[in-house]
Ligand binder design. Structure first.
Ligand code: 3HC
Length: 303
């Protein structure tokens, strides 16, 4: 069934090579997904060789896990590994048809990245962004071809969660959008078209949810009480485990974006800010039996 709002699929362009800007948590998971499902060459770039190597190693390691679980054959594993490569130079994207960025969640950085990519790719190459909260229209506005920019927002863990938010900016054209939907289908994701509004749909709801849990801690509810209060609802993860999965710096950034857009509806937790400013990103540590304990240093920060 055609997703609501998707243009005619005959407008979609063929994607024979993919570029990924960034090689971090989301970018490396995207590289794995793209090689596995599209089976086309995928190039990762980042700001230094160590990051690029780490991204490529992640993909190789995950392909080895698929091999161990017998989900791919040895030949297929070799083929998938050979499809992923890393480069420090964005000119490696010159013949790419689809480039997705998953760099730090800041508008200026993402605009700069897209300008650099536009300088090396052809005019029809789609520029997709995995932004979780920023405006697609603003991200495209300085480009020569803003009509090729589209939001393509995945959820962590990328290999497991089926949802893909596809975001149309003011200037995005039908061919770009049709290509985005076609790629989403090849990736076996459930694509939905969402409005170019702050944090789109999912993060708008998630930020409000996590924000209320954090606010109750800020107001004096003990950390563990706030984190377990919703257990009877059977959520797949507790709120603070989800916060750790999302990454507290990202969660803080999204909360600040939402607070700027809707100050009366979204707050910024003082505890979360203190925690991120202290350079922390892990809330829990797990022992060998899988029991989670609150990092003692973290416990001191949350009060
Ligand atoms: N990476 C890759 N695969 C993972 C994974 C990870 N981090 N965590 C779990 N998996 C895989 C496991 O390997 C397993 O796969 P298999 O069945 O093929 O062996 C499968 O997921 C199920 O894992 P488990 O049985 O160990 O654990 P659960 O059944 O508890 O599921 C979970 C784990 C899928 C992570 C589940 O807890 C969950 O859905 N949590 C909520 C996650 C969520 O809400 N994410 C959205 C965050 S918001 C976001 O990303 C947007 C951003 O912009 C901020």
């Amino acid at each position: 069934k055609k997703p609501a709002g998707a243009p005619d699929k005959s407008l979609a362009r063929k994607v024979g090579k993919v570029g990924i800007v960034g090689a971090g948590l989301m970018a490396s998971q995207l590289a794995l997904l793209f090689v596995r499902r599209l089976k086309v060459p995928v190039v990762l770039t980042d700001i230094d060789q160590a990051r690029v190597d780490k991204g490529v190693s992640y993909v190789h390691g995950e392909v080895d896990k698929l091999l161990d679980k017998r989900r791919v054959s040895q030949d297929e594993a070799n083929r998938l590994k050979a499809l992923v490569s890393g480069s420090l130079d964005k000119s490696a994207f010159a013949d790419a048809d689809f480039v997705i960025e998953a760099v730090f969640e800041e508008l200026g950085i993402k605009q700069q990245v897209f300008s650099e990519v536009e300088a090396v790719v052809g005019p029809e190459c789609v520029l997709a962004t995995n932004t979780s909260s920023l405006s697609i229209t603003e991200m495209a506005e300085r480009l020569e071809h803003p009509e090729r920019v589209v939001g393509f927002h995945f959820f962590n863990p990328v290999a497991v969660l089926p949802l893909l938010e596809i975001v149309r900016g003011e200037r995005t054209d039908d061919a770009t959008l049709a290509t985005a939907f076609a790629v989403g289908k090849q990736l076996k994701k459930s694509s939905v078209l969402v409005k170019d509004a702050p944090a789109f749909v999912v993060n708008r709801l998630l930020t409000r949810f996590l924000g209320e849990v954090l606010a109750s801690v800020d107001e004096g509810t003990p950390f563990e009480v706030a984190d377990t209060a919703l257990d009877p609802l059977g959520l797949p993860m507790s709120p603070m485990t989800l916060l750790q999965l999302v990454g507290p710096p990202v969660a803080l950034h999204v909360a600040e974006t939402m607070h700027a857009a809707f100050p009366d509806r979204f707050g910024v937790s003082a505890n979360l800010k203190r925690f991120v400013d202290a350079g922390k990103s892990a809330v829990w540590t797990w022992d060998e039996q899988g029991n989670a304990t609150l990092d003692p240093e973290v416990a001191e920060l949350w009060q």
